[in-house]
Design a protein around this ligand. Structure first.
Ligand code: 6V0
Length: 315
């Protein structure tokens, strides 16, 4: 078995999301080697060539297409392979198709790679994270999903716009399912330590209920709107993948709302969903408690229930 190459990433699935993620990873300078894998070998080869041609403007690295054997020493394997949402289709509609694809992909990855981290991106990401953990046999800290990292970025972006403040100064999480039952954790949201409602009032916004509803709905419906308009979403998720890989490879111990299997936290067990967690070189290194009000706690349990029903039906 090949020893891990700390500077190597593999991207499985080179469609919109895989290729945009590969491009973002190339630009990041985090890795010195990247292998692209797809059932459509020509597509992987074409993307590897195209992305390589940006290297004279970035940092040197090897980028090539290959197969699962080539992912054997990758420190991180990003899995984006799977069908995408069609207009009007929910993420959960995708479940059967993509669980089937994972049954062929994950054992192949695990056959050659015993020590790496599996970062699941394909949808429905929470269900597929659960499936990948079971199919790989990897310890759970090394199998997690991008979860609501993207939704949280959308949330911060919209709050930043609403309040005319740098979105990086907004501290707020979307938790639960990456999908229709996700929860905006308003009760812990703040801007640079100032509770969100106080900051809103400083900026002249007083209609909290209305704004909260609008912003949370907007976050939840972003993917539907983008898919309706351009067929797929990929730049936001590509930056999310880059951010998660950065936290892993640089052992940053960053707090990110990734999706991982819960074991009794907040009364949730045996379901993968997103809660803030510490992410570093060992993958998920710990969970971080988040203050929630009763309504949010109830919505979180409901979100977990929705996912549990899908797991029971499909895995
Ligand atoms: P796409 O453009 O259809 O790409 C999918 C790729 O997977 C194609 O190149 C396929 O050839 C490849 N593929 C299919 N089956 C296999 C297989 N068995 N082995 C290897 N490769 C295979 O889809 P797109 O890139 O738009 O989306 C990919 C997945 O990401 C979908 O499930 C999306 O729903 C999901 N997204 C997840 C997001 C998140 O926040 N987690 C965000 C956006 C999309």
């Amino acid at each position: 078995m090949a020893a891990l190459n700390e500077r190597k990433v593999a991207v499985v699935g080179c469609g919109f999301v895989g290729s945009a993620s590969a491009f973002a990873l190339m630009e990041s300078g985090l890795f010195s080697e990247m292998v692209l894998i797809d059932v459509n070998k020509e597509k992987a080869e074409g993307e590897a060539l195209d992305i390589s041609h940006g290297l004279p403007f970035a940092k040197p690295m090897q980028i090539y297409s290959g197969d699962y054997k080539d992912a054997g020493d990758a420190a991180v394997v990003v899995v984006t392979a799977g069908a995408g949402q069609k207009p009007g289709e929910t993420r959960l509609d995708l479940v059967k198709k993509n669980v089937g694809i994972f049954k062929s992909i994950i054992p192949e990855i695990a056959k050659y790679n015993k020590e790496g981290i599996l970062l699941i991106v394909a949808n429905p990401v929470d269900i597929l994270t659960y499936a990948a953990a079971r199919l790989s046999g990897f310890p759970e800290n090394r199998v997690f999903g991008s979860g609501t990292v993207l939704d949280t970025a959308r949330f911060k972006y919209l709050l930043g716009e609403h309040l005319s403040v740098d979105s990086r100064s907004v501290h707020a999480f979307i938790i639960g399912e990456h999908g229709d039952s996700e929860i905006a954790a308003w009760s812990s949201a703040n801007v640079s330590g100032i509770p969100i409602h106080d900051f809103c009032e400083m900026r002249g916004h007083f209609e909290h209920e209305k704004s909260m509803k609008e912003i949370a709905e907007n976050v939840k419906n972003s993917a539907y709107e983008i898919i309706e308009k351009k067929g797929a979403t990929y730049y936001g998720i590509a930056m999310s993948v880059r951010r998660i890989c950065e936290a892993i490879i640089r052992d940053e111990k960053s707090i990110l709302p990734i999706s991982s299997i819960q074991h009794g936290e907040n009364g949730i067990d045996g379901v993968a969903l997103s809660m803030p967690a510490i992410v570093g070189r060992r993958g998920v290194e710990g969970s971080v408690p988040i203050r929630l009000n009763e309504q949010e706690k109830e919505a979180l349990l409901k979100s977990a229930g929705t996912l549990k029903a899908v797991i029971d039906e499909s895995i």
